[in-house]
Design a binder for this molecule. Structure first.
Ligand SMILES: Cc1cc2nc3c(=O)[nH]c(=O)nc-3n(C[C@H](O)[C@H](O)[C@H](O)COP(=O)(O)OP(=O)(O)OC[C@H]3O[C@@H](n4cnc5c(N)ncnc54)[C@H](O)[C@@H]3O)c2cc1C
Length: 370
């Protein structure tokens, strides 16, 4: 039998698509090297980015109006959430899909060949295998520790969470900047994560660990080394032409990740129903997924990534001061949503007009040459 959809890769994107396709009544074959791998990453998102079908029980913690710091403090008028990763994985159940454990050797519009020699076929083949690392790709890196709420509170100055704190930790001047991300993760615990938003190469984990320790020590917090930790390293954009012709790219591999923030989990979950509906209606799933608007938004955001990479360390905090002073709708257009071309253009134009002239010149150069 030929399945309606074959989903290659069961990370958050592939699993969300496979799950929603079965909910829509489609027959699904889903393949992963290790389909039973328990996810451990801490996934955050803006509440308004999540798809309406995702139950509240998959949210571990909410932070209304989190704070961002450049040189100044900014309150963001949105609710940020941290997902309950095991609950999310459980909710995206694959009970009605045929799940195959195997390593995909070849993927084409007709189906796939696994390393075991097995062939699987489907009407629509989806490539959700994520993005492998490459020295040519900009990456995001981070190092975090889980601490009790009382410890985190020392850093928060009353904030519900710190989405980004670009104030420099001690001893990190003059090199690639990093910021502190401090969010509740449920159960009275907080994640404090020193993050390199984008770098080619990105800051190493050892450097980030040192900066986090320095930053916390500067606020009187000494870690004893027994705290659970999280390390983050992932490429921000797939190389061009990465998905085989005639196959639908989905998730990070399909360009659903935000090139300048690395966020993809909410956008992928939100896009799953459009693909399932297109298969059900026998319309073009690629069209359902990528309108001309979303392609333009993605191209502009890629310019945003080039601009970020071009900024000297001394200008980064000031850049984010200007960003977080934009009207909330423009911030949202830049950070979230894949279709709001008018909002994104307005945000980028306003940003360009308001940054200091030295930053403006650099941004212009990176946009023209990037
Ligand atoms: C610690 C950490 C924290 C993060 N925090 C956030 C966050 O707060 N918010 C956010 O949006 N993003 C976050 N990210 C980024 C996010 O994890 C990725 O963008 C996301 O996982 C991409 O999902 P995906 O399903 O597209 O790909 P992946 O998660 O990379 O999944 C790809 C799947 O394909 C399988 N696969 C690959 N090749 C083959 C093959 N040849 N054969 C069979 N199977 C294969 C893999 O086993 C894997 O299961 C974080 C990442 C890390 C590491």
């Amino acid at each position: 039998m030929i399945a309606d959809i074959l989903v290659a890769g069961l990370g958050p994107a592939g699993r969300a698509l496979a799950h929603r396709a079965t909910v829509a009544g489609l027959s699904v074959v889903a393949i992963d090297k290790n389909p039973k791998r328990a996810w451990t990453a801490t996934y955050g998102a803006w509440l308004d980015e999540l798809p309406p079908w995702l139950p509240g029980a998959t949210i571990a913690a909410r932070a209304p109006q989190p704070v961002a710091w450049g040189h100044r403090r900014h309150t963001i008028d949105r609710t940020y959430v941290v997902l309950d990763t095991p609950a999310l994985q459980r909710h995206l159940s694959l009970g009605n899909a045929t799940v195959v454990q195997g390593s995909i050797e070849q993927l084409d519009p007709g189906g796939t060949r696994l390393a075991s020699g097995e062939h699987l076929r489907a009407r629509l083949v989806v490539d959700a295998r994520g993005i492998p690392r490459s020295p040519r790709s900009a990456e995001q890196t981070a190092y975090g520790v889980l601490v009790p709420a009382a410890t985190a509170r020392i850093l928060l100055d009353g904030a519900s969470a710190l989405f980004m704190d670009w104030r420099a930790p001690r001893r990190s001047g003059g090199v690639t900047p990093s910021f502190l991300y401090a969010v509740p993760v449920g159960g009275g615990r907080w994640l404090l994560e020193e993050t390199c938003l984008a770098g080619r190469p990105a800051l190493g984990i050892g450097e980030l660990r040192q900066r986090l320790h320095d930053r916390l020590a500067g606020r009187g917090i000494d870690l004893d080394g027994t705290e659970p930790t999280e390390t983050v390293r992932f490429p921000l954009r797939p190389p061009r032409g990465f998905v085989p012709a005639g196959v639908l790219g989905f998730g990070a591999r399909g360009g659903l990740g935000h090139p300048a923030t690395g966020y993809s989990v909410a956008a992928s979950m939100r896009a799953a129903d459009a693909v399932a509906a297109a298969v059900l209606q026998r319309s073009d799933p690629a069209r359902a997924l990528h309108s001309w608007r979303s392609r333009a938004v993605s191209a502009l955001r890629a310019k945003g990534l080039a601009s970020l990479l071009a900024l000297p360390p001394s200008e980064v905090a000031g850049f984010f001061d200007v960003f977080f002073e934009l009207p909330p709708a423009q911030q949202r257009a830049y950070l979230s949503g894949r279709e709001d071309l008018a909002g994104l253009t307005a945000a980028m134009t306003a940003l360009f007009a308001r940054v200091p002239s030295s930053t403006r010149a650099r941004l212009a150069r990176s946009v023209l040459t990037g």
